[in-house]
Design a binder for this molecule. Structure first.
Ligand code: KIV
Ligand code: NA
Length: 287
């Protein structure tokens, strides 16, 4: 059984092995992702849009994060033959749950204790949203932290929407500063979201912790995508940076249409789906 840990993530990074991370929000998808050998599962607050139908991640609560995180980590328990690969699980701290260091620690501890996460992720750096003291306090409390800079969805509205970040020299320098401070504060890795490829590559070269890119080109230490984008199950919006490796949504829709049509036509269930009893029992039952 291979168990992914923060030291094993750092060992892979030191060897130049690219790291894979995918979002997971429930038991079934977590089992699929673990079975595929993915290095890290992110219980992302993108579950607000993908699982709960909110129009922003800002509505997601701590209760919802812990509820989904616990479902994900339950999928990784069990006998080695049933779960031969255990990815590292990172739980997003939702908007408003880390406004002060003590709140960050309380909520980070909930992710570990109730959600059974290995680590948490929060958005921001040394500039607004400023989270360096929160990172320091979480790490001191024994909660490993993944940073997240560039496009930070929890404050996207203040940033004027979902736009590429770090396109000007000043903006790119701020990103580099954020990354350096997050590393100094003790983050074990940093997500770079929607950053020009060359900027992400430069930041990655300056750091001694791995970067995980999303819409950040090929120069990061690893890549993260949203589960539903990868399998083709979210058709409301397909970001330029994501890749659909399957059209699972279309396959599922087909299956559901067939089920409905079969029921209407009386073609399901048949004898093979039906439980039988002895005819003698049936006769006396009917009398
Ligand atoms: O919530 C999420 O899915 C994320 C990733 C896009 C990095 O934070
Ligand atoms: Na997130």
């Amino acid at each position: 059984r291979t168990v992914v840990t923060i030291p094993s993530i750092h060992a892979a990074y030191a060897q130049g092995t690219p790291l894979s991370m995918i979002t997971a929000y429930d038991y079934t998808s977590a089992r699929l992702a673990a079975g595929a050998g993915v290095d890290m599962l992110l219980v992302g607050d993108s579950l607000g849009q993908v699982m709960l139908g909110y129009d922003s991640t800002t509505q997601v609560t701590m209760h919802e994060m812990v509820h989904h995180c616990a479902a994900v980590t339950r999928a990784l328990d069990g006998a080695p033959q049933q779960a031969p690969h255990r990815p590292l699980v990172i739980c997003d701290l939702p908007f408003g749950s880390y406004t002060r260091p003590d709140a960050a620690v309380d909520n980070g501890v909930r992710c570990v204790k109730e959600g059974r996460a290995d680590a948490v992720k929060l958005e921001g750096g040394v500039h607004a949203p400023a989270v360096i003291d929160q990172v320091t306090s979480l790490v001191a409390a024994g909660v490993p932290v993944m940073g997240h800079i560039g496009l930070t969805p929890q404050t996207a509205s203040a940033m004027g929407g979902y736009h590429v970040q770090g396109r000007s020299e000043a903006a790119a320098l701020k990103l580099l500063e954020d990354a350096m401070f997050l590393q100094e504060a003790g983050c074990f890795a940093i997500v770079l979201e929607m950053v020009p490829g060359k900027i992400a590559e430069h930041i990655t070269q300056q750091l001694s912790i791995p970067t995980i890119g999303i819409g950040a080109g090929a120069g990061s230490s690893g890549q993260v995508l949203v589960f539903h984008d990868v399998v083709g199950m979210f058709d409301k919006f397909v970001p330029k940076f994501s890749k659909q490796y399957a059209q699972a949504g279309a396959i599922i829709a087909d299956a559901l249409r067939s089920f409905h049509a079969d029921v209407q036509a009386g073609a399901f269930p048949t004898k093979e789906h039906t439980f039988l009893i002895k005819s003698a029992v049936l006769s006396s039952f009917r009398e």
